[in-house]
Design a protein around this ligand. Structure first.
Ligand code: 5GP
Ligand code: ZN
Length: 114
């Protein structure tokens, strides 16, 4: 837990979120400002500020996040039509919450990247 981190507060249930998945390592919840019919975030329960802060020990955790997102996509019938996974890093990448997260976007044709 890092003080004043929004997503750590969601992990600790100090602020509410519409949680769609949780295990010992990760949590999935609906984005508060969806950019697509399905827009969910998968985050590590452990605080990691940006992708720049990953260590070699985090490699399996990141794989678990991607696998979790693919399972959430499948549960929501997105596998065949397709979906997008996005991770933003720092200012130019568009990161606004500084706790690593993976966006799952789907349910419409996604066109522009950037
Ligand atoms: P970023 O721009 O950092 O890649 O993405 C942060 C995402 O977190 C945004 O899509 C934003 O809508 C979402 N978000 C920000 N605050 C909250 C919140 O309090 N609850 C939830 N569920 N999502 C949030
Ligand atoms: Zn955090």
């Amino acid at each position: 837990m890092t003080d004043n981190c929004l997503f750590c507060k969601i992990v600790n249930k100090q602020i509410p979120a519409q949680i769609v998945y949780e295990d010992e390592l990760v949590m999935g919840f609906k984005d508060i400002s969806p950019q697509a019919p399905i827009h969910q975030l998968v985050i590590p329960k452990q605080h990691i500020t940006t992708l720049n802060d990953l260590t070699a020990e985090d490699r399996s955790l990141l794989g678990h996040m991607v696998f979790t997102a693919s399972q959430l996509a499948a549960e929501q019938a997105l596998s065949a039509p397709g979906y997008r996974l996005v991770m933003n890093c720092n200012q130019d990448g568009g990161q606004t919450v500084f706790h690593v997260h993976l966006h799952l976007l789907g349910g419409r044709q996604l066109t522009h990247l950037g």
